[in-house]
Design a protein. Structure first.
Length: 245
C-alpha cells in the first residue's frame, strides 16, 4: 500500500514538472558564469549584474538582524564584500561590451551603506559589522594631541624675572650677600682665635686682617635659582588657596 502511494506521488510530481516545463516555468536556477570576461552578450551581463545586486540587497538587510552572532555577522560581511567585487567586475564587462558605465551613472545606495576603515581601502563594513569588537574602535576618532608650540609661543611668557634681572628689587640678592658676608666674618674670627697669629705689614704690627669669602658667580646663580623656584611655588600656592576658598 505504501509502495503504491509513493509511486502515485512520484507520477504526480513528474506530471506537474512536465506541465510547468510546457508553460516555461520550473526551470532550475542558472549559476552565474565564473569567468565573467567570457560573457559576450551585453544583455546577459546586465542580467547577471542585476542578480548580484539583488543578493547584495538581501544580505545587507539580513546583516542588520540583532539575532545573528558575531561570527555570522563577520561571515555575512565577507560575503557582501565578495559580491560587491563581483558586481564591479560585471560593470567593467558591461563597459567592455559597449554598455552603460554603471560605476558612474548607477545608484550608490549599496556603496553608501558600507563604511571603510581609514587607511584600509577596498573592504567595507555593513550593518552590525561596524559595531563588532575590534572594528568599532577603528571608526572612533583619534584622541586629540597636544599642540606643539613654536619658539615664539615658548618665549611669549618669558620676562625679566626668568633671567633674574629684578632680583635686587625684592632683596633676594642683597639678602644672600649679607648672609655670605656674615658667615665669612664668623669663619675668619673663629680661625683667628684658634691660630692666635697676626699679620705684619712693613715690619709694623697691625690688626688681624681677616679674609673675606666672596661667593663665586656659579654659587650666586645657583642660590638665585633656588630662591626664584621657592618664590614661584609660594606664588602658585597662594593663588590655589585663594581660588579654592
Amino acid at each position: 500500500m505504501a509502495r503504491n502511494e509513493e509511486k502515485a506521488q512520484s507520477m504526480l510530481y513528474r506530471f506537474r514538472e512536465a506541465k510547468n516545463a510546457e508553460l516555461g516555468g520550473s526551470k532550475k536556477p542558472e549559476r552565474r558564469p565564473f569567468r565573467i570576461a567570457e560573457v559576450t552578450s551585453l544583455t546577459e551581463a546586465e542580467r547577471w549584474r542585476r542578480q548580484v545586486i539583488g543578493e547584495i540587497s538581501r544580505k545587507v538587510a539580513k546583516i542588520q538582524d540583532t539575532g545573528l552572532s558575531d561570527y555570522q555577522v563577520r561571515d555575512l560581511n565577507d560575503e557582501i564584500n565578495k559580491l560587491m567585487r563581483e558586481k564591479y567586475r560585471w560593470e567593467q564587462q558591461i563597459v567592455d561590451l559597449g554598455g552603460v558605465d554603471y560605476r558612474i551613472t548607477g545608484p550608490k545606495t549599496l556603496d553608501a551603506q558600507g563604511k571603510e576603515v581609514p587607511g584600509a581601502r577596498g573592504y567595507k563594513y555593513f550593518g552590525r559589522a561596524k559595531d563588532l569588537p575590534g572594528v568599532k574602535e577603528l571608526f572612533q576618532p583619534p584622541p586629540p594631541t597636544l599642540k606643539e608650540r613654536n619658539r615664539a609661543e615658548l618665549y611669549r611668557n618669558v620676562d625679566a624675572d626668568y633671567y633674574g634681572y629684578r632680583d635686587e628689587e625684592d632683596g633676594t640678592l642683597l639678602e644672600y650677600e649679607e648672609e655670605e658676608e656674615q658667615a665669612a666674618f664668623e669663619k675668619d674670627e673663629e680661625q683667628y682665635a684658634d691660630d692666635g697669629d697676626s699679620m705684619q705689614v712693613d715690619g709694623a704690627p697691625t690688626d688681624a686682617i681677616t679674609k673675606l669669602y666672596v661667593p663665586s658667580q656659579k654659587e650666586i646663580e645657583s642660590h638665585l635659582v633656588e630662591r626664584r623656584k621657592r618664590a614661584i611655588m609660594e606664588r602658585y600656592m597662594t593663588q590655589d588657596t585663594t581660588q579654592n576658598s
